[in-house]
Design a protein around this ligand. Sequence first.
Ligand SMILES: [Zn+2]
Ligand SMILES: [Zn+2]
Length: 338
Amino acid sequence: MHHTPNRALSIRLDRFATIYLNGSETALKMGSYDSPDYVFISHAHLDHICKQESQNVEAICSEETFILSTLRGFGIKRTESPFLLLDSGHILGSKSIVLEAGCEKILYTGDVNNSPLADMPKQCFPKVHTLIIESNYGRPNLVFPPRHELVKEVVDYVRENLKKSRPVVFMGYPLGKSQHVQMILDRFLPDVEKYVSPSIARYNDVYRLFSMMISEKKILCPQSQSFPRDSNWVLYYPNISGRNAFLQVIKKKYGAVLIWFSGRSLLKSYEEMLAVDRAFPLSDHADFHGLLKIVEETSPQKIFTVHGFSKEFSQELRNLGYEAYDLNSLRGRCIRLL
Ligand SMILES: [Zn+2]
Ligand SMILES: [Zn+2]
């Protein structure tokens, strides 16, 4: 089992592993060795796209991912998918893939959120033989608070500060998180001027292209010619450190408050580390309970965990009686699936 099988077809799953589909042998190999027949690009976050591969190999991805990746400088050779793609609820165009070998099904989730933010679409997963699942929040203590309570807490905090004439900067990943936060928060702030950074504005345009409703906003960045005159405004900005020079200027000039959105803020002393005033665990990933729900939904016989706390999550799954492996620990080995 430590060889690469004679292959009829091979698919690289993001940058993590390669699946070999063959009538007699289906196998999974961690890492990238031979040139595959296809690459599957689950979504347009940079850690899921590989520069060289995306140019030469036929890429399976959504139209949204194709446009976003092109915008980010990746020349992708997109092809019609011979496999079933399902909405994964993570960002615009994010997909999971269902591969079939004989009558057995293999599901690779990509980054997944079964409790999607804003209006991100999410589909049900089928029952499968093998599940390859992300594990960004694969530890039992990584559980997000109920969404409505969290949003209320954010809105109260924002209003409280605006009332004290302190503008608010919303910081988050510029592709995905920023758009979702706008879709959630804009409607709570009808009489407040709203600004965005240039990079967020670019991705807003792509969201609009696919009918996701995000209001037009003025640009505010270090190169801006004019700055706000009063303090009744909010700014959507990328997730950089609060020690950034522009943000420091904004803080000094307006007394602005910096809010950071990431599931990782469940981990301690995040605010101090990033030099922000508050951090809220609003996430585009499934939390620990969400991941377990996907496992129950798909009832797989074999599970491979990848990304984030893959080691811890595979151990949790083994404790629950599943046959589960951390993909990282299998580096270089070829695993027979069927
Ligand atoms: Zn992602
Ligand atoms: Zn990711």
